[in-house]
Structure formats: structure tokens, C-alpha cells
Design a protein around this ligand. Structure first.
Ligand code: OFO
Length: 170
């Protein structure tokens, strides 16, 4: 069954949000490179790859359903803060926003009674729980560390160990 036009539009808009996330994290990665915090750079590098995988997962799904891809312009990312803790507050805020957008796409699937899309979107709904937990974990540590440089370096070391596992979506 061909994908409903409203559903297709919701997916296309979400693909843009995922690419925007990739762009935002790419910009943030550079900020941490400027601060010589290589572990954070690694963390953002993986985040960038994950966001691209999220976008591609939806892209492939729309095509699989016989829908049309429409790519929109990607907004220029604006980083609000300058310190690691300020940047991570923005990351959490952004992930909460993305969660609300994914839920909105699921609402459309509900509305047009697209059960296959709902099942597909379940992966993203669960992924957002993980995204918020992982970002929230780093933010909590940064809040705890405060101005302690040793603590920041220890966290940087920890984040250097993060590895990219290509997600199996759907
Ligand atoms: Fe795609 O999860 Fe973050 O934004």
C-alpha cells in the first residue's frame, strides 16, 4: 500500500531534523576540538554518525514504501553556550525537542492508521529514550565536575572510549 502523503511529508520533515542534528553536532564537535578535549570530540563524532544513520533509516523507509523524498534546506546551527556544560545543556534540550518531533510523526501514523510506519517508528521512540539518557548522563557529570579541571580531563578520557556501532533500524 502506497504511503499516505501526510505520512510522507512527516517523514521528510523528520529526515531534515535528523540531518540538522548531524549538522549541529558537527559544529559542536569543532568547539570541543578548539578546547583540545579529544574525548568529547570523539563523542560528538559518533553522535554525528548516529544522526546520519537516523536520517538514512527514514530516507530508506520512505523509498521502500514507494514514497517520494523531498529534501529541505538545513538550518545554520547556532551554539548557545561556550563551556562544555552549557553546550551539553543545549544537546539535552535538542534531544528533547527531537523526541517531541518523533512523537509527532508517530501521531501522524496513528491518525492515518499506518500500522507499518508505527512499528518502524517504535525503534526511533526507543532510541530517543537512550539518546536522552546518554546525554543526560554526561550533563550530570559535567554539573558535578563544576570548575574542577582534573574531573573534566577524567570525563574526557572516558568519552574517548565511546565507539560507533552502526544502528540496525526498524
Ligand atoms: Fe536522531 O537522535 Fe539525536 O537528534
Amino acid at each position: 500500500m502506497a504511503i499516505n502523503k501526510k505520512m510522507e511529508q512527516a517523514f521528510n520533515e523528520q529526515i531534515n531534523k535528523e540531518y540538522f542534528s548531524e549538522y549541529l553536532y558537527l559544529a559542536m564537535k569543532a568547539r570541543f576540538a578548539d578546547m583540545n578535549l579529544e574525548g568529547f570530540v570523539n563523542w560528538f563524532d559518533i553522535q554525528v554518525q548516529e544522526e546520519r544513520a537516523h536520517a538514512e533509516g527514514m530516507y530508506n523507509y520512505v523509498l521502500e514504501r514507494g514514497g517520494q523524498i523531498e529534501l529541505f534546506s538545513i538550518d545554520k546551527p547556532a551554539i548557545k553556550g561556550t563551556t562544555p556544560v552549557e553546550i551539553f545543556r543545549q544537546v539535552l534540550e535538542h534531544e528533547e525537542f527531537v523526541t517531541s518531533r518523533i512523537n509527532a510523526v508517530a501521531d501522524v501514523a496513528d491518525e492515518v492508521k499506518d500500522r507499518a510506519a508505527l512499528i518502524f517508528l517504535n525503534w526511533y521512540i526507543k532510541e530517543q529514550v537512550e539518546e536522552e539518557a546518554s546525554v543526560g548522563g554526561v550533563l550530570a557529570k559535567l554539573e558535578l565536575i563544576g570548575d574542577d579541571k582534573q574531573g573534566l580531563l577524567a570525563l574526557d578520557k572516558e568519552l574517548a572510549t565511546r565507539v560507533f556501532n552502526p544502528p540496525v533500524i526498524g
